[in-house]
Ligand binder design. Sequence first.
Ligand code: PRX
Length: 633
Amino acid sequence: MPAKQTQLEGEVYYPSQEVIQQAVLKDWDELAQFAERDLEGFWEREAEQLVWFKRWDKVLDASQAPFYKWFVGGKVNIAYNAVDRHLLTFRKNKLALIWEAEDGKSERTFSYYALNREVNRMANIIKSMGVGKGDRVTIYMGRIPEIVFAMLACAKIGAIHSVVFGGFSVDALQGRIADSESKLVITCDGAYQNGKLVELKRIVDEALKHCPTVENVIVVRRTGHEVPMESMRDHWYHDMCALPIANGKCPTEEMDAEDPLFILYTSGSTGKPKAILHTHGGYMVGTYATLKYVFDINDEDRFWCTADPGWITGHSYLVYGPLVNGATVFMFEGGPAYPYPNRWWQLIERFGITIFYTAPTAIRGLMRFGEAWPNKHDLSSLRLLGTVGEPINPEAWKWFYRVIGKERCPIMDTWWQTETGAFMITPTPVVPLKPGSGTRPFFGQVAEIVDEHGNPVPDGSEGYLVLTRPWPSMLRTIYKDPERYISQYWSKYPGKYMTGDSARRDKDGYFWIIGRVDDVIKVSGHRLGTAEIESALITHPAVAESAAIGLPHEIKGQAIHCFVQLKPGFAPSEELSEELRQHVARHLGPIARPEEVRFIDKLPKTRSGKIMRRVLKARAQGLPEGDLSTLEE
Ligand code: PRX
């Protein structure tokens, strides 16, 4: 370890000799310096580790920034790199995917060879429905192996997938299908959540009433309960699999490096969710390299990322990143504490998980049940831990470190976003850790903390977090809305990517994320927009106007609180408040159910009519309300 790293300020956890010896990357500084000197050279070296049908002519084209292009002229397919290429190596018979059902009654495993056949079958079925390169496919499923097949199958034939989290409901699904103009929806009859059935297919039926572009629906059977099937439009997956068309061989579409791989809707500061667009080449190289260095993946590992494929973490580090690295992925259908709070610990022991990547909210939730639950299990297979999605409080960090990692396993606190596609601020196993900090930017990246005008603030002060260098897995645009891409991310500080987060940097160059500065609420690490919640509320006949804010919550990080102005003729009551909470959950999804709905005579607004959420937030917490000069009379 270089001398400067031994003199860090604050509470520091240094890697053990054992961790350093095992790590693929022993000298962080050397690689960081190389990437700083030669950004393109660094990423080119990573890209060279993967299979390209044709090599790129140029690593980075910044001539039309911020519409950056990576590996220009290259021909590639991420699905080929995630699956097919491993069949030519010893990994052919290695386990690619291990899956366990929520109720523990079934377990399915797929070697790379088997995964390849499954993906090809699904790809052939999708193709038979007239879906091809560039067409959009919405995937709305529970956490079952077929969601992985569906994503990879789309990638293989060049279709653009749009995965919608199964915890979203009709309005959210419909808006996303309509905006993407999907031709095909892939879903399942239902999903299980804490033993309860979620009627995914019925939600799809409801959503499709207003989505004329959808020609076909593939339905995977998971729960076996009765669901209505519309003839001509709906097809059981198992019936399709029995057809000769569904054979296990399918050619891979040779894609341009810059061709779209997927869109993923995420909430922004205002308005409708935005479709973030990622590409085959850059996204592949970014997820591959970040996972390799940060989680130190090797062929002995069993990697478990608890995220759902419906979020970016699931895309990058449950599906693409680990498979491109040839790792063994573990996927669990259920949540952390069903039927008992030892469910996850039991799985780590049973499957010999070596790397465990989860969210602070889950850690805080499990911590509540006490140490006895994890202590029942042998967790000695673990060698690395990770967190993502929101800041982790030092108390939860230390519990994770001590009780789960037994003070042996470094915690990779990875800061990144749907837009960044891959880790941006993160340690690697050899980097000394400070609980609550994601440490420093990943190789090749430079992060700054700036004030309102874009000037760097002194170390230790809070400011806006910006990224100043392009990276391969960066979003390319907002689908169908390039102007919004510029205005949202690149116009406030020209030449710098605006993250939407506030943060500070300490004297050691370590970054400490504080939280979002826009109207995004992070509920249990899930990203929701105030506008989405408010649009759901307004569809209720009693609601004249509403405002949603996020307030601190012990387990969820933030919880949704709503303020509602009622229409004349409606009176505030406990029942109405409860009804409105249910209403949001029904329309948007259970994850968006407000913690509380309060009634208010008049929402605080600026003279130009903008709701001052900041004032509501301050009032709700009994804090000073700040500058009120723009508040209307
Ligand atoms: O506020 C940051 C927070 O999550 C936001 C991005 O949300 P999303 O696009 O849903 O992606 C989440 C998973 C990558 C960021 O702007 N965030 C993410 N990771 C961290 C975090 N905040 C603090 N620490 C993290 N490790």
